[in-house]
Design a protein around this ligand. Structure first.
Ligand code: CA
Ligand code: ZN
Length: 506
């Protein structure tokens, strides 16, 4: 897919569409109506007019009251939980940049060069097409308000990757939550206030400005990622639980940051209603990796944290609301971030050219959104791999370092770190086995290694904590899932071998 097919980003917020363009839309609309009449249907298939994608950084599946968290109050997440089709076996990557890459490109992040959260491992291949480019090429107004995290130097910045309007941070770093310096359409500007409020406000202004034409609004927050800082009125209600509540410590600032995101979400939903576009806007709300600071308090009984390949490190909530089009309730079918691109394309009628289709690893989830009992492809599997080796050329030593395949209720897991003394990530895996350098938790069970030299198999439905390895009982399932993995890794070898000019190792 040539990137030249897509128009370049434009600068400046809130530019009204020119008359010639509106004329083109009218022609397209007339064409659709005409073809609809010719085929005996008055109106073409109904589509969501706009799309809002809220991606909450470092919040976990368990950090929502409606999921059973005993302390946190999330009334607006809870409302959306109750109104939305929600995927309950949905997984993302185990950290920030990888999930963003997979979400925007519909394929595992390694295939777009993203193997880490730090450069150069987070520099996404600029030739891979993003969902924003597809929306843009179909006449949608597109905007990103928040954490890009896939390198901003030319030609990698979001302004080159399909976003008309951008509000990010200089150097694509985590930066400050208070009075931040931001990049508004590539221009540095000092803002007053709390960053999450600023991002939601900018996104809301974008929506208000473009409410009369299709838009794609991507809102990836920096909260509740560390540093854990928030205006005190949000953390105050949680201080009573911080020292201890029923034997556990609930971090007041972390929960306060989520309370602030929740308040902003409520305000945004209210504004959509006031603007009269709440029911023809598809809103997707999800998180970008497994649990972090909330793992020791509540993670719905899963093993693992952010940065691990266990289910608790990759599971995400994923709420989809489009007026009354999708019946509220759970969707237990296996799904993940790589499905978002093809699903949006399907729902919004964005035709995917054949050469772009080969880029995509996921499938459209539309059948299960529209019918909770529907089935997807029976042989559908998804691969996850933590990555994070510091020396980019060492990729080939990490075939089984932190790997997982999902198929229906099964997860196939293998954690065989490399033995290279220079490899920081694998050294950490060994240290965590001993209870040293644990991250986000005090329980080393969340950082468990597999037995070594082979895959372990778990049934996530009957064994959510992944305690009982059933590989020996199901050799045929292990064989089928591991074969899928080997085939997938061959694609990785080609891509990363070319990227780093490293020969494929025997
Ligand atoms: Ca994150
Ligand atoms: Zn290693």
């Amino acid at each position: 897919m040539s990137i030249n097919l897509f128009k370049q980003s434009r600068r400046g917020a809130c530019v009204l569409e020119s008359t010639p363009k509106r004329h083109i839309y009218r022609c397209i609309l007339f064409g659709c109506l005409f073809s609809g009449l010719m085929s005996g249907r008055l109106v073409a298939e109904e589509r969501p007019r706009n799309v809002i994608l809220l991606l909450v950084d470092d919040m976990g599946y368990g950090d929502i009251a409606a999921h059973g968290n005993p302390v946190i109050k999330t009334p607006n997440f809870d409302t959306l939980h109750d109104q939305a089709a929600r995927f309950t076996n949905f997984a993302v990557s185990s950290s920030c940049a990888p999930t963003r890459a997979a979400l925007l490109t519909g394929r595992h992040e390694f295939l777009s060069w993203v193997t880490h959260t730090k450069p150069p491992g987070r520099d996404m291949n600029p030739d891979v097409v993003t969902i924003a480019q597809l929306f843009q090429s179909k006449g949608y107004r597109t905007g990103i308000f928040g954490k890009w995290h896939l390198q901003q130097k030319d030609p990698c910045g979001p302004w080159h990757r399909g976003f008309d309007e951008t509000l990010t941070v200089p150097k694509d770093s985590q930066n400050s939550h208070f009075d931040p310096v931001l990049l508004e359409n590539r221009v540095k500007k000092k803002f007053k206030g709390y960053r999450t409020d600023i991002l939601f406000k900018a996104a809301t202004e974008f929506i208000e400005c473009h409410k009369d034409k299709p838009f794609f609004c991507y809102l990836p927050t920096y909260a509740p990622h560390a540093p854990h800082k928030v205006p005190e009125k949000y953390s105050e209600p949680y201080k009573a639980f911080a020292d201890e509540y029923k034997g556990k410590k609930y971090r007041a600032n972390f929960n306060g940051m989520i309370a602030n995101v929740d308040e902003n979400l409520g305000r945004l939903m209210g504004r959509l209603k006031e603007l009269g576009i709440a029911d023809d806007t598809l809103i997707i709300v999800m998180n970008d990796n497994g649990g972090t600071e909330g793992v020791d308090t509540f993670n719905d009984g899963r093993r693992g944290v952010k940065g691990t390949i266990w289910s608790g490190g990759t599971r995400a909530y994923s709420f989809w609301r489009w007026g009354k089009h999708f019946s509220p309730g759970p969707r237990p079918q296996m799904s993940g971030h790589v499905d978002v691109f093809p699903t949006l394309a399907d729902l919004c009628g964005l035709n995917i050219p054949a050469d772009l289709r080969s880029q995509l690893e996921g499938d459209s989830l539309r059948p299960v959104l529209e019918n909770a009992g529907a089935s997807l492809r029976g042989d559908r599997m998804q691969v996850h791999h933590v990555g994070r080796w510091d020396i980019p050329t060492l990729w080939y030593e990490h075939r089984y370092a932190n790997s997982c395949v999902r198929w229906n209720q099964y997860t196939l897991v293998r954690i065989d770190p490399c033995k290279n003394a220079k490899c920081d990530i694998c050294s950490r895996i060994f240290l965590r086995q001993k209870g040293i350098k644990l991250s986000y938790t005090t329980d080393k069970a969340h950082h468990r290694m597999t037995v070594g030299g082979r895959w372990e198999l778990y049934d996530i439905d009957s064994d959510p904590f992944q305690s009982a390895d059933i590989a020996a009982e199901h050799p045929e399932i292990v064989a089928r899932m591991s074969a899928h993995y080997e085939e997938w890794w061959e694609k990785v070898e080609v891509v990363l071998g070319k990227r780093w000019e490293t020969p494929v190792q025997p």
